[in-house]
Write a new protein. Sequence first.
Length: 80
Amino acid sequence: TFEIRVPEAGWEYCVDGNGGRVHQPVILYKCHGDGGAQKWDYRKHTKQLSILSLCLSYRNGLNSTLEPCEKDNPAQKWDI
């Protein structure tokens, strides 16, 4: 598990699951080190980033959101 820190924000902001609700956009929030909605897992076999049992999804230039994990969904594939 790890935090996703944002270099453009001086490394002090993290990608945050915004309460872990389905279809909600993720947000940038000051890194707090307490885990929770900032504690991401990377599933190597499916290339998915997950948090709170949901996966980070990217939709056609729109906000990235948390969605139910679908192993074959190309919007949930991340190369890290």
